[in-house]
Design a protein around this ligand. Structure first.
Ligand SMILES: Cc1ncc(COP(=O)(O)O)c(C=O)c1O
Length: 402
């Protein structure tokens, strides 16, 4: 047993806030009780606020982000349908793989890892698709493997400009509830998330938003499905129930999570993530290192993938940080394995928690012989956090604290 807590800085699962832990520390309950709908209907209603949709519908499946992908695909498409996607990291790659395994024809554009969705290339292909054979366009909003955020609104603009009817599907697993996401405004037809990132919960829920257009597509979608069927869900969800045993404990946690997000205010949540991420980026600069994200427009506010110098292995940094300092950092995955380590900065976090991760990463890098000056990253982040901290009125400390 290592004393103290593991410092969890992988990009999901994230920290479980005590309030959410308590919300789930309950007796198991009757999912067919007459008062259960009073709870679930309110939860569906408030989740729509997090997804920023008034006209869409939220589905909650026992599952993870991968299950959410599967639900989105199988409920709206048929085998042989063409979809347009791009691959620039392990998660955008896995989504394409999932589509292919469901018999979809995927036009998967290869993009340098470190960049995001190639909007111009999407535009050219969509413009050429006069017969509207492309039935869905996939956008991995935040590629967690490389720390890259893509411009969903720009893809919607292209679709609208071309009057192309393809469904817009967005992987929001590491963006929704952490960075700006607007389902209705961006015309997102299927939005996929999971419980273990911005929602700060254990893994176990696929959270999917579907537009009215997606629900229309459901009526003719021929992909086989059962567990993830929207129709079965809709029949029972309308009365506040589920077609099979729901993960009631996680749903209670989700209620507390949504309450916490809405109480902080989504804009404040996004601003907090941005500020924390900026501090990490200041540290990376001070270390003389660079991010995997190729340009500032791609920088992710939920995860930073940090390139290690040639001759070093990013996975050694993560391994040593874990074994020596009880700090969990994200590994480099697939194509960038060894080239990067990742700091997840999403969920229930504050300045000093981030400084802990930066200190541990710095120590592990120095232990491995990477030439970063002792304290340099921590100092840069400290100064940034100090300068951007909310002013405190010491004369009125009691009022400020409540
Ligand atoms: C962007 C993104 N999409 C999808 C997934 C897959 O989600 P899960 O591991 O919950 O199945 C992940 C997981 O980290 C992810 O980061």
């Amino acid at each position: 047993m290592t004393p103290g807590r593991n410092a969890l800085f992988i990009p999901g699962p994230t920290n479980l806030p005590d309030a959410l832990r308590r919300a789930m520390d309950i007796a198991l309950e009757d999912q067919r009780a007459p008062d259960f709908p009073a709870f679930t209907l309110g939860l569906f209603r408030d989740l729509k606020k997090v997804f920023k949709t008034e006209t869409g519908q939220i589905f909650l499946f026992p599952g993870s982000g991968t299950g959410g992908w599967e639900a989105a695909i199988t409920n709206s498409l048929s085998p042989g349908d063409k979809v347009l996607a791009s691959v620039f990291g392990q998660f955008s790659h896995l989504w394409v793989d999932l589509c292919q395994r469901h018999g979809l024809k995927v036009e998967a554009l290869e993009v340098d890892w470190g960049e995001g969705v190639p909007v111009d290339r999407y535009a050219a292909l969509l413009e050429a698709d006069k017969a509207h054979e492309i039935k869905a366009v996939l956008v991995c909003h935040n590629e967690t493997a490389t720390g890259v955020t893509s411009d969903v609104a720009a893809v919607r603009k292209v679709l609208n400009h071309l009057k192309h009817p393809a469904l817009l599907m967005v992987d929001g697993v590491s963006s929704i509830a952490s960075i700006d996401f607007r389902m209705d405004e961006w015309g997102v037809d299927l939005a996929v998330s999971g419980s273990q990132k911005g929602f700060m919960l254990p893994t176990g829920l696929s959270i999917v938003g579907a537009s009215q257009k997606a629900l229309e597509a459901y009526k003719t979608a021929g992909c086989p499905r059962c567990f993830f069927d929207f129709g079965d869900m809709m029949k029972t969800n309308k009365d506040g129930f589920f077609p099979y045993t729901p993960a009631t404990t996680l749903l209670r946690g989700l209620r507390a999570s949504v309450d916490m997000l809405l109480a902080e205010g989504l804009d404040s949540v996004f601003a907090r993530h941005h500020r924390l991420a900026e501090g990490v980026r200041k540290a990376v600069d001070a270390w003389g290192l660079r991010l995997c994200a190729a340009e500032p427009k791609w920088y992710s506010d939920t995860v930073s993938a940090i390139c290690v110098p040639d001759g070093f292995n990013g996975n050694d940094v993560a391994k040593l940080a874990y074994l020596r300092y009880n700090l969990s950092l994200g590994l480099g995955l697939s194509k960038v394995a060894g080239r990067v380590f990742r700091i997840g900065h999403l969920g229930s976090l504050n300045d000093l928690m981030l400084l802990q991760a930066l200190a541990g990463a710095e120590m592990a890098m120095r232990d491995l012989g990477i030439d970063v000056a002792a304290g340099s990253g921590v100092a840069a982040a400290q100064e940034y956090y100090r300068k951007t901290a909310k002013p405190v009125d010491l004369g009125n400390a009691v009022a400020a604290a409540i």
